[in-house]
Design a protein around this ligand. Structure first.
Ligand code: DON
Length: 567
């Protein structure tokens, strides 16, 4: 953001003003839930309530993370999980920051060409549906790792309310009814027997989860080993193998989450703290924000043609780099510093012009020394001491690969599709992956998940993230800019229409029914191809903003059943 010219700056200093003139005023009537000291925002009210109750009992944000993560596995089987993985970014009240990677891993028996036929073509659906699509789950190890390092309440006290919820059951919402109905044909195709989700559930019905409750009880009593070594591990492996998968007990036994350094960078007076590889989220966000910083978005206006041009062109360049350079840092060397270097990013934007687009065919990865889908969920937590946790968790597709383990009560992920089945060919979300993201045993798949925390002038300011496959990074970007550049409230920032560019396909994707025909005509006249984004929705964001008086504002995404709860 360069809000004012030098001449204007001199004039303003002359008349005694300290800041650039603001073109907008925050509309205080448009705030989301406001609370005094603590908050959880997640995809379901039941999960936000369990997280908040833990905070009320004196637990910290990390205890609440464990409760909320597990509660989502019960209340939001669409994406919440025991059979998937995710990333946590945290900032403690004393300013310490870090991340936990509990992403799934490719099984030991995975091979580079495991999804190709004899002619070397990708076998449709193999990395997407059923047992072959499953990556070694990381969620249970993730929550125990978080609890061991930072938790304060006994683990039984955190898990028990989740078990109670599973036994009591969860009421079906309208959206859930629609989703379940849409996926019944896939459930039928993938599962040998009928599963509980095929029962034509209607809004207002209560679904009980006794098998999941029993699994959680074993985890409560025997810890993470119950999942990775004990009875659950045995049952899970034989279930996966009976269905044609390749995961072994050794895979589960060897799974370890990893603490990693976050990606951090500055934008104006903000410091952004986000997820590092194997997520592309933090690096891409840093690249895009650094590329757009010199432009006066505040003056161009929210979702104006000029603003969208600048952002889409920066996104195009960042996603080109993403597809070439990024992958699991335990397997490939990622030139992190070079990719986030200011001079490099400035040179990447040299070809930008307001007169016409830079065709993606002319934008390759930069001269310095991927793959997604449709179900994931984000939650944001701040506790009353000011500890903040930002977590995105996923089984990748809606209900993962649709394979449901009846005996244990949960869906399995299809995260293997986030690896490049064939480097150089787009995946089902049109994202290209290169060698850096090719399949290898024990490799973590490249992700776009972007759990993020933002400081303003050194103080905790915002905690946010979203689901949405490849659009996650660009949605997180827009929510930050909506508050910082366009003076929206957290709730408005979440509500605002979104757009997205990912290099290839060379299209500006616009949230469905959110942009006018005249806007589309104008941007097309400049040479941009546009397309409505029609998947269920372009992300479901969860955000918390710390207001100047230290109260908290929740941003809950009304594109889903997301709910903020706090006190
Ligand atoms: O890790 C990733 O980037 C994907 N597996 C996320 C999938 C996702 O966000 C689906 N939600 N719409």
């Amino acid at each position: 953001m360069k809000r004012i010219s030098l001449l204007a700056l001199v004039l303003l200093l002359f008349i005694g003003c300290r800041q650039a003139p603001k073109l907008y005023v925050v509309d205080e009537t448009k705030r989301g839930l406001i609370t005094d000291s603590a908050m959880v925002v997640s995809a379901r009210e039941e999960a936000s309530k369990i997280g908040t109750a833990i905070l009320k009992k004196g637990g910290n944000a990390f205890d609440a993370m464990v409760g909320t993560e597990l509660a989502l596995a019960v209340a939001f089987p669409y994406a919440g999980n025991l059979g998937g993985g995710g990333f946590m970014v945290y900032r403690k009240a004393d300013g310490e920051i870090g991340t936990l990677d509990f992403r799934e891993k490719a099984p030991l028996a995975a091979t580079r060409d495991m999804y190709l036929d004899e002619e070397g073509n990708v076998i449709p659906g193999l990395s997407w549906f059923g047992a072959m699509a499953v990556g070694v789950p990381g969620t249970v190890a993730g929550v125990f790792e978080v609890h061991e390092r930072f938790g304060t309440l006994p683990i039984e006290d955190i898990i028990q309310p989740v078990i109670d919820l599973a036994n009591k059951g969860v009421v079906v919402t309208k959206r859930q009814q629609e989703r379940l109905m849409n996926y019944i044909p896939d459930f039928r195709k993938v599962n040998k027997d009928s599963i509980m989700f095929m029962a034509n559930w209607k809004e207002g019905d209560t679904i009980k989860y006794p098998a999941l409750a029993a699994t959680l009880e074993r985890i409560r009593d025997n810890g993470r080993d119950a999942f990775y070594k004990g009875e659950i591990a045995k049952k899970l492996v034989s279930f996966i193998q009976e269905n044609g998968g390749i995961i072994t007990e050794e895979d589960l036994e060897k799974y370890e989450p990893k603490w990693r350094d976050p990606i951090t960078f500055e934008y104006d007076d903000l410091r952004v703290i986000s997820m590092s590889p194997p997520s592309s989220g933090g690096i891409c966000l840093a690249q895009i924000m650094k590329m757009i910083e010199p432009f006066d978005l505040h003056e161009y206006g929210h979702n104006s043609i000029k603003t969208i041009q600048v952002i889409a062109e920066a996104e195009r360049r960042a996603y080109a780099d993403r597809s070439y350079f990024l992958g699991d840092p335990d397997f490939v060397d990622i030139p992190l510093n070079a990719l986030m270097d200011n001079e490099y990013l400035e040179s990447r934007m040299k070809s930008f012009s307001f007169d016409k687009p830079t065709p993606s065919s002319e934008v390759s990865y930069g001269n310095v020394e991927v793959i997604e889908s449709n179900e994931t969920t984000h939650y944001a937590i701040i506790d009353s001491n000011g500890n903040a946790v930002s977590v995105t968790t996923t089984i990748n597709g809606a209900y993962g690969g649709k394979l449901f383990c009846d005996e244990l009560g949960f869906f399995l992920n299809n995260e293997m599709d986030d690896l490049s089945a064939k480097p150089g060919e787009p995946n089902m979300f049109g994202l290209l992956g290169a060698e850096a993201n090719s399949i290898a045993p024990e490799k973590r798949m490249l992700s776009s998940m972007t759990p993020t925390i933002v400081e303003k002038n050194g103080k905790l300011w915002m905690v946010l993230g979203t689901r949405g496959g490849s659009t996650i990074i660009t949605s997180v970007l827009q929510a930050i800019l909506n508050v910082h550049e366009f003076d929206m409230t957290m709730q408005q920032a979440v509500d605002a229409p979104r757009f997205h560019h990912q290099w290839l396909p060379d299209i500006v994707q616009l949230e469905e029914n959110a942009f006018t025909k005249s806007f589309k005509r104008k941007i097309m006249a400049l040479g941009y191809d546009v397309k409505d984004y029609t998947l269920p929705s372009m992300g479901n964001m969860a955000g918390i903003l710390v207001l100047p008086d230290d109260t908290l504002e929740g941003g809950e995404d009304r594109r889903g059943d997301d709910t903020a709860v706090g006190f």
